[in-house]
Write a protein that binds this ligand. Structure first.
Ligand code: ZN
Ligand code: ZN
Length: 435
């Protein structure tokens, strides 16, 4: 029969090793924060979390959480320190960083040290509710405060003053930017952005340009019957591209949007990879002599087969469920539209292989092989990290060397068994609690 002391010792070992792991997690989060800040993941991955998921095998949700906590701890030194000392578990830190700010960190650290993981979880939930209520009040206040005053001055000029919600203001500013661009693109191209002395005297000031832009926005809106369009229309882009340009990006020829804006040849190749296509023939004078029927470059049946085979973006570490069909050898270069010449890529990674210098080819055995712009292979599975024979001993030795004394009671809560009154705790702790 096992003695209680044996089991006590086993329990102590569990607690001690857990504290070591929490302390090591703090170091891991420091590394992740630095890697993230220095964009070390930006080698074809869409985010630091996607890179982590690829490199260390975390599921994407857990990877995102690590990155979030790592970033948060950058501004929360007390919580970071407690984790690094093994005094606060990662689970508690994760919960507390959802609500902690530099102002409330100290109070929340006390909650973390005094309470069990469940107490912390409940307090954080209550805390967030107060945060959300405060946020909702602020949003409602902002929304109620929206206004646009338009009136005429004595000299007949019209004066406009207003307050817009941030997202509405963003749309307005974007429209003004676009209108200003349209009106003044040419004069800016000749004048340059920085050389103020050389700008001709007749160049309108920024304020004047904004006024002209607003007029253009209004005219355009009226011309289109104030129709914002359905989302599909709004994002549909039509590109006219000469066949030789599609086959060879250095070939002379045009690739332009309907309004005449030039589009880089590689972008055309990406858009043409998986698109609706209408082939037109021109005579020597540029007159259209023949217009073919609109077809999909990848017919729907093949598209379904491709979705079924690839199930998501094939770029290493991505796997996003929906994507575009990429021709490994472009159809404009004679590449066939067959399953073996197609690979599913998400938007981000389709852009990577066309416009950012990433390369993909298919091996004789059918496997896809990706390369970074510098030619380095980007394996679907990274090489394994080297791990010492007894990683726990190495961890203990390192913590010893750092002067970190971790034992079985390092992360014990100070709780003595009293009932937790979450509402009361939040009222006392939260700076915005109405009471
Ligand atoms: Zn493509
Ligand atoms: Zn992708």
């Amino acid at each position: 029969m096992e003695t209680l002391t044996d089991l006590d010792r086993l329990g102590d070992q569990i607690a001690e090793l857990s504290a070591h792991l929490d302390a090591a997690t703090a170091q891991l989060l420091d590394l992740i924060r630095e890697f993230d800040a220095r964009s070390g993941w930006n080698t074809g991955f869409r985010s630091c979390a996607a890179w982590l998921s690829w490199r260390i095998g975390l599921d994407l949700g857990a990877a995102r959480e690590r990155v979030r906590v790592a970033r948060a701890l950058g501004t929360l030194p007390r919580l970071a320190h407690a984790l690094a000392r093994g005094e606060l578990s990662y689970a508690k830190v994760r919960a507390l960083t959802r609500v902690a700010t530099p102002d409330t960190e100290e109070r929340l650290l006390a909650v973390g040290k005094a309470g069990t993981a469940e107490h912390v979880e409940r307090i954080v939930r209550g805390w967030r509710q107060v945060d959300r209520q405060a946020e909702a009040r602020q949003t409602a206040r902002r929304h109620a405060g929206r206004a646009l005053h338009v009136y005429q001055d004595e000299d007949g000029m019209v004066i406009i003053r207003g307050r817009l919600a941030p997202e509405v203001g963003a749309v307005v500013m974007k429209a003004l930017d676009a209108a200003r661009e349209t009106l003044y693109q040419r004069s800016r191209e000749t004048a340059g952005d920085t050389v103020i002395e050389d700008v001709p005297a007749e160049t309108p000031t920024m304020a004047q340009q904004q006024a002209d832009a607003l007029a253009l926005v209004a005219e355009t809106a009226l011309h289109h019957g104030i129709d914002p369009g359905v989302p599909g229309d709004r994002y549909q882009v039509v590109v006219h591209v000469d066949a030789p340009v599609l086959a060879d990006t250095d070939a002379p020829g045009q690739s332009i949007l309907e309004d005449g804006t030039h589009v880089p040849a590689e972008t055309c190749r990406r858009l043409a990879c998986d698109a609706s296509r209408v082939v037109m023939r021109h005579d020597a004078h540029g007159h259209v002599v023949e217009v073919g029927a609109r077809t999909r470059t990848i017919p729907p049946a093949l598209r379904r087969a491709l979705d079924h085979r690839d199930r998501g973006c094939r770029f290493p570490g991505c796997g996003l469920p929906s994507g575009q069909g990429h021709h490994v050898r472009h159809w404009a270069n004679g590449g066939p539209t067959t399953l073996s010449n197609l690979a599913l890529l998400c938007r981000r990674h389709h852009r990577a292989v066309h416009e950012e210098g990433y390369r993909v080819d298919r091996q004789p055995d059918g496997a896809l092989r990706f390369r970074r712009p510098d030619g380095e292979l980007l394996p679907a599975v990274p090489p394994p990290a080297t791990v010492p024979v007894d990683p726990v001993e190495v961890l203990r030795a390192r913590h010893d060397a750092q002067g970190l004394r971790v034992h079985a009671r390092t992360s014990m809560p100070g709780w003595l068994g009293e009932r937790l009154d979450v509402g009361w705790a939040i009222d006392v702790l939260h700076p915005l609690a109405a009471g």
